[in-house]
Design a protein around this ligand. Structure first.
Ligand code: NAP
Length: 359
């Protein structure tokens, strides 16, 4: 019998109707044995070190499923994280190894039957039980990066920008929610591709970071603009070749009006719509036709087979300090509900990470 110790957990209390509140979640303490239970072959017992707050989580808290199964009330929140293996009955993992992928919002997790494959996600219109567990490849870089630049958000920026936007040197790129986990990388990737990049974000501090830390050519605070269309005209007098869409709604409408002929729109996310009861309409889709725009949505998990290629590109860029990454660190699992809620009002500056324990 292994030692039984207490295990703090974050629970979804009830389905979320519109916007998320901290009181929709609660903390509870249960018990766990730090040993794989007998008869539990192919499982991994981990100590969670970093949890990732990601915008898609609110969609899993709603009753109506979108592309990934909803949580059930009174159950644990699950999501991406970085963990250390304490015990394993899985041939691929050994005690002491560091891993990243799907875990639960608790101090220790028993991950049964983890998916170690990078393919096979595309076959599901609703991903029922998302699972992924990969070994941390490069231990010289901060471990928390596997919730961000070296993990799912990094892949999202890479796939969306390089695979869906087909950038060419000298093109103009607009990134919304540009200072966040994904956006800050898209902007920096666009600079490495020789593009002219403008980002929008929701505060003066974020705008300064976009220009002075990430090297965006220009940036603006969308909360200070009464007319997004006019703001984009000011920044892109000759139009936008590539719009990296993170926000949706009125911002998408304004971007479409400012696209150039043969422009590309990678639909990565629409965070402005996730808390609305009634999504806003977009009234100028005719631009797609008249300007021959290619607009395409994607889900990063369908493209994980590109992860090794992505690491090959991004790790040297980080090590040579050609790109940088800003994280917003919340300390302790107790801070997880507040940190998650903050995403939907822009309280985070950079990738929102929750530290559960340091290695
Ligand atoms: P993030 O940008 O680190 O955090 C969310 C940011 O969104 C906030 O900081 C806030 O920044 C902005 N925001 C919140 N509410 C907004 C609103 N009503 N209008 C405009 N901006 C708002 O998040 P992320 O992880 O990088 O994700 C960015 C987008 O990518 C999200 O839409 C997410 O759903 C999507 N995503 C998609 C995939 C995929 O597979 N397709 C994977 C990962 C993420 P401001 O201060 O600038 O408002």
């Amino acid at each position: 019998m292994g030692e039984e110790i207490s295990n703090k957990q974050v629970i979804l209390k009830n389905y979320v109707e519109t916007s998320l509140k901290e009181s929709d979640m609660s903390l509870r303490t249960s018990k766990i044995q730090l040993k794989i239970p007998s008869g539990c072959d192919g499982a991994v017992l981990v100590k969670n070190l970093y949890l990732s707050c990601d915008p898609f989580i609110i969609n899993r808290m709603k009753k109506r499923e979108v592309y990934i199964a909803s949580y059930t009330p009174d159950s644990l929140i699950t999501g991406y994280g970085v963990s250390k293996v304490l015990d394993s009955s899985h041939p691929n993992f050994k005690t002491g190894e560091l891993v990243w992928g799907f875990t639960s919002w608790e101090e220790y997790s028993l991950i049964k039957d983890p998916n170690i494959f990078l393919t096979g996600w595309q076959e599901h219109s609703i991903i029922k039980d998302p699972k992924l567990l990969l070994k941390v490849q490069d231990k010289d870089l901060p471990l928390s990066y596997y919730t961000g630049i070296l993990g799912m958000p990094g892949m999202t920026a890479y796939v969306g920008f390089f695979e869906f936007c087909s950038p060419k040197k000298g093109e103009t790129v607009y990134v919304s929610a540009a200072s966040g986990a994904v956006g800050q990388l898209v902007g920096q990737f666009a600079k490495t591709a020789g593009c002219y990049v403008v980002g929008s974000a929701g505060s003066k501090e974020k705008v300064d970071i976009l220009k002075n830390k990430f090297g965006f050519d220009e940036a603006f605070n969308y909360k200070e603009e009464r007319d997004y269309n006019a703001a984009l005209k000011r920044h892109f007098p000759d139009g936008i070749d590539i719009y990296f869409e993170n926000v949706g709604g009125k911002m998408l409408e304004a971007a479409l009006s400012n696209m150039r002929l043969h422009g590309r729109v990678a639909v990565c996310g629409m965070i402005s719509q996730y808390s609305l009861e009634q999504p806003e309409g977009v009234h100028n889709l005719l631009n797609l036709l008249t300007k021959r725009i290619r607009m395409e949505g994607y889900i990063v998990s369908d493209h994980y087979h590109l992860y090794p290629k992505f690491l090959e590109m991004v790790v040297p860029l980080i090590k040579e300090e050609k790109i940088t990454y800003v994280e917003d660190i919340a300390e302790g699992i107790e801070s997880a509900p507040g940190a998650l809620v903050g995403l939907y009002s822009g309280r985070n500056v950079g990738k929102q990470v929750v530290v559960v324990a340091r290695e």
